[in-house]
Design a protein around this ligand. Structure first.
Ligand code: ZN
Length: 252
């Protein structure tokens, strides 16, 4: 009997957006996904942190810790955060039960999935606890020095992207279009940003995630409609900053 092809969903920057996460889980199911992994920031910004933690814990094989997971799960200084983010982190901290907070705190900063030859990190592998942002090939170059697997998935900027290293050269692909499929070449290294499920910032107000097929070495970028109004209304009702609701409508 033919072995079932692994289809692995990589989810990131869910940020407590239950409507977006449910829409993505349903899309992934329809796409025949049979494994889920997460590059962090399950909580923060949106109104359903506990529910999103529960779904990720129930479905994801490997999960790494994002900066919001870190700061929402304990008493920590928020001096480096924008005011709206800090307000959301304090609010989220009050919503999470103790077991969920402890679980978020215990997540590793990076994870190697040797069986598939890829790794996961929220920001970068050069200093995963500093949560640096990778927007261009120069930023990606610092990261690639620490990437031992052919592929590494990440998030953090909320903007889907493909960085490719061939020899000593690092290039950034044009922004992945919804539905774009990238075929990976042997001997090259890839640093793939899967975009954000719960707060996309590339101007496309749809949940973003990726599906990876390790055998065919193809990555597909997917965008999924979700009930933006419901998610935004919950943010407003919770007393979270208005801007966090408004930005969902424009994907910024
Ligand atoms: Zn994030």
């Amino acid at each position: 009997m033919a072995e079932t092809e692994k289809r692995i969903a990589i989810l990131g920057d869910i940020h407590a957006n239950l409507e977006a996460l449910q829409a993505v889980m349903e899309d992934a199911r329809q796409q025949g996904v049979n494994e889920y992994n997460c590059v962090g920031d399950i909580v923060g910004y949106n109104a359903n942190p506990q529910e999103c933690v529960d779904i990720v814990r129930a479905h994801c094989t490997a999960v790494v810790r994002g900066n919001h997971d870190h700061y929402c799960s304990g008493e920590r200084s928020l001096a480096d955060f924008q005011p709206n983010a800090a307000i959301a982190i304090e609010w989220t901290h009050r919503q999470l039960d103790g077991d969920s907070a402890a679980w978020l705190s215990s997540l590793p900063l990076s994870k190697n999935l040797f069986q598939y030859s890829f790794s996961l990190v929220h920001g970068t592998l050069d200093m995963p606890d500093q949560w640096g942002y990778v927007f261009d090939a120069v930023d990606a170059g610092a990261h690639f020095a620490y990437q031992t697997t052919p592929v590494c998935f990440h998030g953090h900027t909320h903007v889907p992207a493909v960085f490719e290293k061939v020899g000593s050269r690092v290039d950034r692909y044009a922004a992945p279009e919804p539905g774009m499929r990238v075929s990976l070449s042997f001997g090259h290294k890839y640093f793939i940003n899967v975009g954000s499920v719960g707060q996309p910032r590339d101007g496309i107000p749809k949940a973003s995630y990726a599906i990876y097929e390790p055998r065919s070495r193809i990555i597909e970028f997917r965008r999924v409609d979700f009930d933006i109004k419901a998610a935004a209304d919950k943010i407003r009702r919770a007393g979270l900053p208005q801007r966090l609701a408004d930005r969902l409508e424009i994907g910024r």
